[in-house]
Every structure is written in structure tokens, then in C-alpha cells.
Design a protein around this ligand. Sequence first.
Ligand code: COD
Length: 301
Amino acid sequence: MLDNLSGLIAKAKEGDKRTIAVAAAEDEFVLKAVQDAVVAEVMIPLLIGDKGEIEKIARRLDFDLSRVDILDNREGAAASARIAVSKVKIGEADGIMKGYISTGDLLRAVLDKDVGLRTGRLLSHVALFQSPYYHKLLCVTDAAMNIAPSLDEKVQIIQNAVLVCRNVGIETPKVAVAAAVETVNQKMEATLHAPALKAMNREGILTGCVVDGPFAIDIAVSRESALHKGIDSPVAGDCDVILAPDIEAGNMLYKALNFLGGAVSAAVIVGALVPVVLTSRSDNERSKLYSIALAACMGKG
Ligand code: COD
């Protein structure tokens, strides 16, 4: 089991290195992250976008592109995303990374009914955190894709998180269904979803994990707080996964951990044919590298 995110780098280096297609690579922050990933030897980049711009930025970064494949595209970012998707389809790329393109436009190319990378499963965002205030890696989902997931979508979001957890050696993750309170309140949907998810888990419909909740975040991550409130659950204070009620809560938790909680993270979208990396400008350099490494080691034993 990985106890810190730097282990992702070692894992990504094992065996064959994965090729990641960078859609609309003509962006300084993105190319810096790609350069770090190349130096760390975690992946092989395939840069798609305006070649002249990419080369100009690379010179500024002192990034040697002599051994990097670049696919010149001057038809705009959405076209670069379609090319990235097509490269996966023909087996020339094992992952996709977001460049200078909106998240929505990139995801729409991935979700395209005819030429996209759908598998029939729900796509969701899974983030792993290493926080100085928690005793192990912590997964948060979904901070960036599913806006207001239904109960059925939450089942699939948990299943995707279980997949990512297994990839880093957490075999049976403990999943806390996060809410504002620990009791059912008809006006708070998360508190209605929690007992339903818990029941599905108990009945063997939702497998590979232990689900409990609703839990406020303090109960999910602090045994002391849980005991203080009289909650005795194997998940309380020791959860591996926090299931956010919706994208706003998930995104705020993601940003709060990174900006206020001293955490580093690694995040990917899973559920498509290949993982998709959505590093944003505001992610720190380490987190960008870890996200690329996570995408590059998904499915490696
Ligand atoms: N998994 C699988 N299929 C999906 C998913 C999913 N998570 N989401 C949509 N689809 C399918 C639908 O079934 C449908 O067939 C098609 O894709 C289009 O779905 P719509 O109508 O919901 O598509 P859009 O274009 O309105 O929205 C899809 C987005 C992924 C763009 C949307 O969910 C979105 O904007 N998510 C938030 C992205 C974001 O802004 N993140 C910000 C933080 S980085």
C-alpha cells in the first residue's frame, strides 16, 4: 500500500512507460508539468496543438523537445482534444491530459457518442491526498466532473474510487458518505443517500469497500471526534474515501486541502477507456506531477 504520493512516481516508472496525449499543449503551465514528468521519467508525452507556439514556450522553459512527438494542429483546442481522443482509439496513447482547453470542451470530446472514449461506465473525478494532518492517503470524489450525482451515480462514483484505491494498494477502502450532519434530514439529500448506499453495501450490491455515513468531515477523519459524538464505526476517523455530496462540496474540499491544509494531491478522471488528467493552473507543481504519475500507473499491478 502506498503511504505517500511519491510512490506513484516509482510505480509509473515500472515496466513500459505510458504515452499521454496532451490536448492543446500550447500553454506554459501545462508544458512545465509535462517537462517535470519527462524529467521524472513517468510518461512519454504526445503533444497536440500549435507546434510553433509549443516550440516557442518550450524554448522559454529550456525544455528540449528533440525527442518529443508533436502533432501540429492549428484548428483550435477542441480539434486538439478530438485528435487526442483519436490517438487513444488507435492505440497510440494510453491517457489524455488537459492543455489550454476548458474542462467542459475536453470532457465533451471524451464523451462523444460516436468517436469518444465511453465504456458504458460513469466517468468521475478521483483525487488522492497526502495531508500532514491525516495518517494515510485520503481519496476525495467527485470534485470536478459530476455536478449533482444521483444515488445511482454515487454508486458508480464509489466504484471508480475503489478502482483507484486498489491501484495504490488499498484493497477494501473505507468510504465515508460526507454530509453536514450524522442524522437523516429530509432536506439534506446527502443524508438520505448515505443510509441507502450503506444498505447497498451491506446487501452486496455495492462491493469492494465498507460504506458508512452520513458523516460530517470531522467524524470521517477524526476518531476522537467520532467517539466524542458516540459514533463507533470502522469508517469513522479512519476513512480512505470521502464521497462528496456534489461538485461544489467536493471542489471546495479539494481546494481547501491543497490551499489551506498543506496537502499535495494526485487526481484523474476515470471510467473512460483511459485516464484523463485535468491539472489546473492553480495546482502546485508537485500535485501536477503526481496527477500525471497516477494516470501513468493506472492499471499497473
Ligand atoms: N459519465 C459518463 N457519461 C456522461 C457523464 C459522465 N460523468 N456526464 C455526461 N455524460 C454523457 C451523458 O449521458 C450524455 O449522453 C452526454 O454525455 C452529454 O451529457 P450532458 O448533456 O450532461 O453534457 P454536457 O456537455 O452538458 O456536460 C458534460 C460535462 C462533463 C461537461 C458536465 O458534466 C460538466 O460541465 N461537468 C463539470 C466540469 C467542470 O466544469 N469542472 C470544473 C472543475 S475542474
